[in-house]
Design a protein around this ligand. Structure first.
Ligand code: CMC
Length: 441
C-alpha cells in the first residue's frame, strides 16, 4: 500500500481471507466517518484471484475528502458542511470554490474567483459557429459534450494536468464557459441568435439571460428565478463517486486533459439512469397526466416484472432513505411555483405518485425513495427551461464536483491508471477458419 493511502485513512487491524486453504492478510482502512474497507491491491499477485463486483457496488475506487454521503441516514455534506446549510446560506460560486479548493473562501478569495470566472465567459467565435453545424433537433447534451471537448483545441498550449497554473486557468475557463455553451446550444435548437454573456450579472442571472433574452428587447432576470436556479445548482454540485464522476476520474487517470475528462462525465450523465432521469421523470409525469392521472396504475407497472417500466426519479444506489436533496427540492417546488404564480398539474401528480409509492410494500421493502431528479424538473419547467435542457442544467451544477475530483485525483501521487480486470467467458483457443470453410451461424 502506498504512503499516500497510509497517511489519509486510519489503519486498523488487517482482515484475513482464506483461499484454497491458505490464509492471506489484507490491511484495513477506516475513513473519518468510520467507513470501513480493506485494501486488496496485492490480492491477485498473492492468490491468483480477482474480485467480481457488479456495478462496483462494494468497491472503493479511491480515497476522497470532497463529499460525504451516508445513504442509510440520508446525509450529504460537501467538505464536511451539511447540504441543508449550504442550500440555505451559500451560493453556487462559493460552493464551487469549496468543492474545488477544499475550504470556504475568504472574501478576497471569493471576489478573485468570481472575477476570474466573469472575465472568461466569452467563447471563441469559431467554436460558437461550430455549434450552428448541428441539426436543429440535436440533443443539447450531445452539443454540450462536443463543445466541451472542442474547448481543448483552443488551449493546446496549456493542457498539462501536472502544471497547477494551467490547471487553475482551465478550471476558470470551464466554470465560465459551460453556461455560455449550454445557452448557445439552446439558442441553436430554437433558431434564435446567440446572446453574449453580460459580465455585470451574477452566474445564474447571466446564464438565464443568455437563455431567454433576444437582441431586440430588454430582458431582466427575475430574482426568484435566479435564486431557484442557484439552489438547484448547489444541490447538484457533487455526489462523490457516482457514474459521471467515476467516468471523469477514469478518463483523467490516463493523464487525459481536463476538457476530455469532463466531456466523459457529461456523456455518462446523459443516461436516464443517471442525470437523464430528470428529463425521463417529466416525460413519465406527462404520460401519467395524459392517461388520466391514475398513479396507482403506474406504481403497479413499476412493480410488474414483465414490464420494463420503472418509476423514474425513484431509487438510488446509495440512498436507502430519503435523498436529502429531494427533500429540499420538494419544499422549494411549492415555494417557487407559488412565487412565480405557476400552477403545474404535474406537481400534484408527482406528489400523489410519491405518496402511493411510499405506502407500497414493494417500494418499502426495496427501500426506494424519491431521488434528486424526482422534483427538480418541475422547478426547471417553472423557470421555463425546456425538458431537453434539464440534463444540461444538471451538468452545469455537477461541473465543480467533476473538477474537484479530477483535481484531487491528478494531485494524488499514488493515482494509477484505472484499468479493471475481467472474468473471461468467451471461447477457448480456436483456430482461424479460411472463409471457404465457414458455415455461418
Ligand atoms: N422503479 C421500480 N423498481 C426499481 C426502481 C424504480 N425506480 N429502482 C430500483 N428498483 C428495483 C430494481 O428493479 C431491483 O429489484 P430486484 O431486486 O427485484 O431486481 C431493486 O429495486 C434494486 O434496484 P437496482 O436497480 O438493483 O439498484 P441500483 O443501485 O443498481 O440502481 C438506480 C439504482 C438509480 C439506477 C435505480 O434505482 C433506477 O433505475 N432508478 C430510476 C432512474 C433514476 O431515477 N435515476 C436517478 C438516480 S439519482 C441521480 C443521479 O444519480 O443522477
Amino acid at each position: 500500500m502506498s504512503e499516500n493511502l497510509k497517511s489519509k485513512a486510519e489503519l486498523e487491524k488487517p482482515v484475513t481471507l482464506e483461499i484454497e486453504g491458505k490464509k492471506f492478510q489484507y490491511p484495513t482502512l477506516k475513513g473519518t466517518e468510520d467507513e470501513k474497507g480493506f485494501d486488496i491491491s496485492a490480492l491477485r499477485a498473492q492468490t491468483g484471484y480477482i474480485t467480481m463486483d457488479n456495478g462496483y457496488a462494494n468497491t472503493s475506487s479511491c480515497q476522497s475528502s470532497i463529499t460525504f454521503l451516508d445513504g442509510e441516514l440520508g446525509i450529504l455534506r460537501y467538505r464536511g458542511i451539511p447540504i441543508e446549510q449550504l442550500a440555505e446560506k451559500s451560493n453556487f460560486i462559493e460552493v464551487s470554490y469549496l468543492l474545488i479548493y477544499g475550504h470556504l473562501p475568504t472574501q478576497s478569495e471569493l471576489s478573485q474567483f468570481k472575477a476570474d470566472i466573469t472575465r472568461h465567459t466569452l467563447v471563441n467565435e469559431d467554436l460558437a459557429h461550430l455549434l450552428s453545424g448541428f441539426p436543429r433537433d440535436a440533443h443539447p447534451m450531445a452539443i454540450l459534450s462536443a463543445a466541451t471537448c472542442a474547448l481543448s483545441t483552443y488551449y493546446q498550449d496549456s493542457l498539462n494536468p501536472a502544471d497547477p497554473e494551467q490547471v487553475k486557468q482551465n478550471i476558470t475557463r470551464l466554470m465560465a464557459k459551460l453556461p455560455t455553451l449550454a445557452a448557445f446550444a439552446y439558442k441553436t435548437s430554437i433558431g434564435q441568435p446567440k446572446i453574449q454573456p453580460k459580465n455585470d450579472l451574477d452566474y445564474c442571472s447571466n446564464f438565464l439571460r443568455m437563455m431567454f433574452a433576444v437582441p431586440s428587447e430588454e430582458y431582466h432576470v427575475p430574482k426568484e428565478v435566479a435564486d431557484a436556479l442557484n439552489l438547484l445548482l448547489i444541490l447538484h454540485a457533487d455526489h462523490e463517486q457516482n457514474c459521471s464522476t467515476s467516468t471523469v476520474r477514469l478518463v483523467g487517470s490516463s493523464a487525459a486533459n481536463i476538457y476530455a475528462s469532463i466531456t466523459g462525465g457529461i456523456c455518462a450523465l446523459w443516461g436516464p439512469l443517471h442525470g437523464g432521469a430528470n428529463q425521463a421523470v417529466m416525460e413519465m409525469l406527462e404520460e401519467i397526466h395524459k392517461d388520466g392521472g391514475d398513479v396507482n396504475k403506474y406504481v403497479g407497472l413499476a412493480k410488474d416484472k414483465n414490464s420494463t417500466f420503472k418509476l423514474m426519479g425513484f431509487g438510488h444506489r446509495v440512498y436507502k432513505n430519503f435523498d436529502p436533496r429531494a427533500s429540499i427540492i420538494k419544499k422549494a417546488c411549492d415555494q417557487v411555483l407559488n412565487k412565480l404564480g405557476v400552477n403545474n398539474p404535474l406537481l400534484e401528480i408527482a406528489k400523489k405518485l410519491e405518496e402511493a409509492a411510499l405506502k407500497d410494500s414493494y417500494f418499502i421493502e426495496k427501500k426506494l425513495y424519491p431521488n434528486v431528479d424526482f422534483y427538480s424538473g418541475i422547478i426547471y419547467s417553472a423557470l421555463n427551461i425546456p425538458v431537453n435542457m434539464f440534463t444540461v442544467m444538471f451538468a452545469m451544477g455537477r461541473l465543480p464536483g467533476w473538477i474537484a475530483h479530477w483535481k484531487e485525483m491528478t494531485e494524488n501521487t499514488s493515482t494509477k491508471i484505472g484499468r479493471p480486470r475481467q472474468i473471461y467467458t468467451g471461447p477457448t483457443k480456436t483456430d482461424y477458419t479460411p472463409i471457404s470453410q465457414r458455415r455461418g451461424k
